[in-house]
Design a protein around this ligand. Structure first.
Ligand code: SF4
Ligand code: FES
Length: 379
């Protein structure tokens, strides 16, 4: 009998296999009771009829766990707008994923909260648009939202579950940063994210309305540092500052196709939540492919993984393994070239342009009637 020998030694010049992802952002739906001006969802939101069904999401979560994902972020839109949110959470917990529910909190009933915790939800991340009703209405376009969020936060904490507040900061609410930190303590949250707006989707559309001045950003940096010192052991404060005023770009999503992946409501699997703007890429769907095949072999994941795709100045830069050239979506949005160095980088030929843009937009007096509130079907 002849013996078939399989040569499984790595081929010379072959690329090493990427590590498995650690996080999955599942955008279960784009439906949402809030209409935030800073939303990073695409302007062309997907309606209910396009959404994946329950069984397909469950299959995706099982495949994610098999692939090595640890953290599952159940997001949207508002994930609790899905009638099957408890069933999906239970399935995710059963396959061993750590589940983080990212919610606006405004439509969640106490009985639903109990059912979510029973199902194995591990953590709640509550969005906070302002520290009072007036700013919350101005940002989220919904009356009564602040009161409902406060009640929801207290219900989560009363059940002994960990709560993080997520405050996206921009010109409309930047003066409330100290107050939002105080509210987080008052509500009993263990952590707050003071995350300056990243300009994708609706936030990009409303950028002139949202861009804070450099002086206001610098003030928040001092406020955060002071509060971190004062609240040690009480509240953890994470901060993300705007890269339009930065010297170097952010390491976006931990590097393209390196640590995380996202699934849209209709099932497209993306290397980052804003990747659909790179419309030259081919995004495979979870309806047609196994998640593992998409992660390792999907053309969109391979497009900007690693450093081979880079052009100068990134190609010969000593920081190329630190930030991987910054954000592809931002490079496309601001330069028209998805392969360009992120203009947030001081070495980019477009760096001056991004700083000038931030300075001129933050100096403009916004007209509140011109802001676009998030709306399905608006595009
Ligand atoms: Fe990062 Fe490219 Fe700038 Fe170097 S040139 S710091 S790799 S964005
Ligand atoms: Fe897409 Fe940064 S948001 S690469």
């Amino acid at each position: 009998m002849s013996e078939t020998l399989i040569d499984d030694r790595p081929k010379v010049g072959a690329k090493p296999k990427p590590q498995p992802p650690i996080g999955l952002l599942a955008e279960l739906t784009h439906r949402c009771p809030l209409r935030c001006t800073y939303c990073s969802n695409p302007v062309e939101l997907e309606g209910r009829s396009a959404e994946l069904d329950t069984e397909t999401w469950k299959r995706a979560f099982s495949q994610a766990a098999d692939l090595g994902v640890i953290h599952l972020h159940l997001s949207g839109g508002e994930p609790t707008a899905r009638k099957d949110i408890v069933e999906l959470t239970r399935h995710a917990a059963e396959v061993g994923l750590y589940t983080n529910l990212i919610t606006s909190g405004v439509g969640v009933k106490e009985s639903q909260l109990d059912a979510l915790f029973d199902a194995g939800c591990d953590h709640i991340q509550l969005s906070m648009q302002g520290a009072d009703e007036a700013i919350t209405v101005a940002v989220a376009g919904m009356k009564g939202a602040f009161e409902r969020k406060e009640a929801f936060a207290r219900q989560v904490v009363a059940r002994g579950f960990p709560l993080t507040l997520n405050s996206v900061i921009h010109r409309q609410n930047i003066d409330q940063v100290p107050l939002m930190i105080e509210k987080a303590v008052e509500f009993g949250a263990k952590r707050i994210e003071i995350a300056h707006t990243q300009y994708y989707g609706w936030a990009l559309k409303n950028r002139a309305h949202l861009m804070p001045t450099k002086a206001a950003v610098d003030r928040t940096i001092e406020q955060v540092e002071e509060a971190r010192e004062r609240l040690k052991g009480i509240l953890v404060i994470d901060a993300v500052f705007p890269d339009y005023y930065a010297k170097y770009p952010k390491l976006c999503n931990g590097g393209w196709g390196t640590r995380t992946l996202s699934i849209t409501p209709s099932g497209k699997v993306l290397p980052c939540h804003a990747a659909e703007t790179l419309d030259h890429l081919d995004f495979w769907s979870i309806r047609d492919h196994d998640l593992s095949d998409i992660w390792y072999d999907g053309p969109a994941f391979q497009a900007y993984r690693g450093t081979d795709w880079m052009q100068e100045p990134c190609r010969s830069c000593e920081r190329k393994h630190i930030d991987f050239g910054g954000c592809r979506c931002q490079a496309l949005a601001l330069t028209g070239d998805p392969n360009a160095t992120d203009p947030a980088c001081i070495k980019s030929p477009d760096h001056q342009m991004i700083g000038d843009l931030a300075r001129s937009e933050s100096a403009y007096t916004p007209d509140p009637t011109k802001v676009s509130y998030r709306l399905i079907g608006a595009a």
